[in-house]
Write a protein that binds this ligand. Structure first.
Ligand code: SAM
Length: 273
């Protein structure tokens, strides 16, 4: 059996399915957990592959560590979205972290991840974690000058995640961060979603003084090329040498330095050359 992931009228990707483990129409989205022959167990939301056992570490390490090591001593972190637990797992590796709030709109994602994706969702058992079931944009408006790190691990800008791509939301992130806080925002594929990618980066640039884009290859995402934007109030990730004291599968010191090097076509998209 094949799962066809359609991205537009001209491009779709086929995944051989070994097993369908779970399906549910939640109040927010269609949720499925399937076993792909090539990528292992995977979470699908509204027909978009979100995360796969085979390569989830790239996305989750690259969303978290370039920002987390740039902050000198992060204590309180917020994750918006991230119901599979992968981003949470990486944040908890930073020993200075005392508390992580995870704000997920759809509790069903967390439940399914706990049942079928233990390598990601084991993180929910950490005593430093508080799970809040709420709309991220509503939650973040209530918080001021509190978090050292905020990670936006949202699904694509369709359905419930649309609000997580607005200027209003990004300004709320700025206000919820401490004076030297840093936000890291998954910023889509520059190849397949150039308009969304450029809008995310330029909007964050209008709000934060130091904004840098990191790139990483995520094989299970269309085009494989994926962007992560680090929006910082004080510290510059390009002037950071991470002291990595825990295991990672993708991120390392050289990757930290290299990931902010952007190809000309992206520099041109962002009008920075
Ligand atoms: N971490 C995965 C990956 O590797 O790409 C994908 C992201 S995660 C599954 C996206 C999460 O954002 C979903 O669980 C979805 O329910 C949640 N979400 C979407 N809109 C939201 C909102 N407005 N507030 C909070 N969570 C939201």
């Amino acid at each position: 059996m094949w799962y066809i992931e359609k991205h537009n009228e001209n491009y779709q990707v086929g995944w051989r399915v070994s097993d369908i483990l779970y399906q549910k129409k939640t109040p927010y989205q269609n949720l499925a957990i399937v076993e792909f022959a090539e990528f292992g167990r995977s979470l699908i939301l509204d027909d978009a592959v979100q995360t796969t056992e085979k390569d989830e570490y790239v996305y989750h390490e690259m969303l978290v560590h370039p920002a987390a090591f740039t902050h000198k001593s992060p204590r309180r972190a917020l994750i918006i979205g991230g119901g599979d637990g992968g981003t949470l797992r990486e944040v908890l590796k930073h020993k200075t972290i005392e508390k992580v709030d995870l704000v997920e709109i759809d509790e069903e994602v967390i439940k399914a991840s706990k049942q079928f994706l233990p390598s990601l969702s084991e993180s929910f058992n950490d005593p430093r974690v508080e799970v809040i079931i709420d709309d991220g944009i509503r939650y973040v408006k209530k918080v001021k000058n509190y978090y050292d790190l905020i990670f936006v691990d949202a699904s694509d800008p369709v359905g419930p995640a649309v609000v997580l791509y607005s200027e209003e939301f990004y300004r709320s992130l700025f206000d919820a961060l401490t004076a030297d806080g840093i936000a890291a925002v998954q910023s889509e594929s520059p190849n397949f979603y150039p308009d969304i990618f450029v809008k995310i980066v330029t909007t964050l640039r209008d709000i934060f003084p130091k904004v840098n884009v990191a790139l990483a290859p995520v094989p299970s995402y269309i085009s494989g090329f994926f962007a992560f934007t680090v929006a910082s109030k004080v510290y510059n990730p390009k002037e950071t040498t991470p002291n990595i004291t825990f295991p990672t599968k993708y991120y390392n010191e050289e990757i930290h330095n290299a990931c902010f090097a952007l190809p000309n076509f992206i520099l041109d998209m962002l009008k920075i050359r």
